[in-house]
Design a protein around this ligand. Structure first.
Ligand SMILES: [Zn+2]
Length: 453
């Protein structure tokens, strides 16, 4: 019985992939590794543009950069899709100090969380520490009122899938200001969402609730969090904080789109990454890597003279980090293109590390198709072909087009949260070969979906 099953699987894989498929995928990898443009494209995005938060001059220049790059690669169509985006600025660089009982000061590395209000000058208050968000929620208001709250919740370093460890701490950053404000705190300081103990603070989006007073929110480096927690266990301290950040009115911005037209032009496969980044570092892994992965994937398919069955539509989404207006705007716009039939979407937004495979938010049949691609990727060291998450930018398509499968590129995740939303997310921390392997994996799976959907 086992033998029959084995024989059946061999037959199945033999029927699904021809020698032509294997040869074509080999040529995709050869092009990516020997004649790749992704690394230079990433250098240019990181160094010629740099950090590119929504609403900034750099974000506008990144749109221009993306359009020019797509045009230079000769895609069939290149155009901009207008959206409206939020505009938040950090302002003058923020500063924070721990004031010890004896009056001495220790300067800490901190970043305002994205969307936070400022402090309107210098703010100074007694600190109260909690080891988790839950501990803060359980504490009496009387202990917290008028103080600055410090939440030292650590990412679980024993979790092998680091995105799960990140998910465990995400509410601290997202709702820490709301929970602290409910108890009358003046501000909230959180431990950065990063695994290594180092000096880099990590920013990221945070939220307020209309009915609850807005208070400033910032993240300090894991090194400073360790120190502060030690100080608070053995004694007491004050915190001095100055932040100048604020919201401005919404502005007009764009998603950048490039296409190779398919034989069935109205069947659309959407894929891409997000063009915006936080305003610190260079947005190299998050998500410069996703931008050049997907740009390079389409460039290679074009270079190899591939004529797709379906239209391959590359989208550089704007504003993933603090609003997802690009993803939402694209889904709304796509719905208005009434002739279009959206058959799949894919996103790369987990860094430029060595590829492991792909995850899919889809039906059992759709996931079975993805899993059937595993044998052809064996020689390229990819093994993750399973149910899972797609991506933030493509997620609104799910509501607009019922049943559309959403695919997420899965690279190795062990070092992603060393750099995520931190000043260390720079070009130098992306490995050329690992980046190129990601481009090849994405081009290959787009080819396979295009052939088999
Ligand atoms: Zn991202």
């Amino acid at each position: 019985m086992k033998f029959i099953l084995f024989y059946f699987l061999i037959l199945l894989s033999a029927s699904l992939f021809s020698q032509d498929d294997s040869t074509f995928i080999r040529s995709i990898y050869n092009t990516a590794l020997s004649e790749g443009k992704a690394y230079e494209d990433l250098r240019s995005l990181c160094k010629d543009i740099g950090a590119r938060i929504t609403g900034s001059a750099e974000a506008e220049m990144a749109i221009e950069w993306g359009k020019r790059r797509m045009e230079s690669y000769g895609f069939d169509k290149v155009y901009l899709q207008e959206i409206t985006v939020p505009h938040w600025e950090r302002g003058t660089k923020e500063a924070g100090w721990i004031r010890m009982d004896n009056g001495s000061l220790i300067k800490v590395n901190l970043l305002a969380l994205g969307g936070s209000i400022g402090t309107s000058g210098k703010m100074e208050s007694e600190l109260i520490g909690f080891s988790s968000l839950q501990e803060l929620k359980d504490a009496p208001k009387s202990k917290i009122e008028g103080k600055i709250v410090f939440i030292n919740q650590e990412m679980n370093e024993q979790q092998i899938q680091t995105f799960k460890a990140y998910g465990g701490c995400y509410p601290v950053r997202g709702t820490g200001a709301i929970e602290a404000s409910k108890k009358g705190a003046k501000a909230v300081i959180i431990r950065s969402l990063g695994i290594p103990i180092d000096k880099h603070p990590h920013t990221g989006t945070m939220h307020y609730e209309d009915s609850i007073a807005k208070i400033p929110a910032a993240a300090i480096s894991t090194q400073d969090a360790e120190l502060l927690s030690q100080i608070l266990t053995s004694g007491h301290a004050e915190f001095v904080l100055e932040m100048d950040c604020r919201d401005y009115p919404d502005v007009t911005s764009y998603n950048v789109i490039g296409e190779l037209t398919g034989k069935n032009a109205n069947n659309i496969i959407t894929f891409g990454g997000h063009l915006d980044s936080w305003d610190t570092g260079e947005g190299a892994h998050d998500d410069g890597a996703g931008i050049v992965h997907t740009l390079e994937a389409l460039r290679i398919l074009k270079e190899l003279n591939y004529k797709p069955n379906n239209t391959l539509r590359l989208v550089f989404f704007m504003n993933e980090e603090n609003g997802n207006r690009g993803g939402k705007g694209y889904a709304e716009w796509a719905k208005l293109q009434t002739k279009e039939n959206h058959i799949l979407a894919l996103e790369s937004d987990r860094g430029g590390f060595a590829p492991r495979g792909f995850s899919m938010d889809g039906t059992a049949d759709q996931i079975a198709l993805l899993a059937s691609f595993a044998p052809i990727f064996k020689e390229y060291d990819l093994h993750v072909f399973e149910k899972g998450y797609g991506g933030v930018d493509i997620s609104p398509l799910k509501k607009t087009f019922e049943g559309i499968p959403l695919v997420g590129f899965v690279p190795d995740s062990q070092r992603y949260f060393d750099f995520h939303h931190a000043p260390s997310d720079v070009f130098e921390n992306v490995n050329k070969r690992e980046l190129e392997l990601g481009c090849a994996a994405i081009a290959s799976i787009l080819y396979l979906f295009d052939q088999n959907l």
